[in-house]
Write a protein that binds this ligand. Sequence first.
Ligand code: PEP
Length: 253
Amino acid sequence: MRNRMIAGNWKMNKTYVEGVELAQGLADQLADGTGDVDVVVCPPTVDLKGVSEVIEQSEAPFALGAQNVYFEESGAFTGETAPNMLEAVGATYCIIGHSERRGYFGETDEDINKKAKVLMAHGIVPISCCGEPLEVREAGTHVDFVVNQIKADTEGLEISDPSKYVVAYEPIWAIGTGKTATADDAQEVCGAIRKTLSEVFGQQTADGIRVLYGGSAKPENVAGFLEKEDVDGALVGGASLKADSFSAMVKAA
Ligand code: PEP
């Protein structure tokens, strides 16, 4: 019912030329197709156009995503990127609410909710991130913490096609640290996310929304996460920066 998804978040890595090379390498590695797995790469903003051209010219079997968007349509917002600008370069996905944006740039659930709405109005699929910091995990209140994020991030959203909204559960203590959550940890929270989505949108919609796990996911461990009922894929940071490792994860999915 839900296609699996492997999404790569390149973060602030890869210059334009390096990004085009990585995208081309990935297109070569995945030339035989990705089966039912939806693959998304999210380069830095200045690389989007170059990666988009690789996708177009090589008919690469993956989609383009951005790492951030601003929730206004245009205007005096120096340094920001509007949704129609993403649309114009062929981005069909956009990460929102990554813990690095929440932590370093003060992004709030209210901002994330506005970003989801504006993206969906432009036909761009949000990959909406949530996840708890270490102290919350240690206090044992991680499920409530994430459920509250989901409720705030989805407030007032209308989802007519559940394949067009994606959630990524990324426990902050597992991002870029080499510490992964166990597959059971991921299932506990991803299951609670789906239950919350069913309360907000109804069971049928919740059953169609992809919930990804992210946090030190790599070729060796991705299959274990995907065995879990409510884990539909992975949002991948470090391991998405090499065509070999990222394509191995796609193949493992
Ligand atoms: C991420 O930042 O989205 C992420 C999951 O990073 P990493 O895979 O490097 O932990």
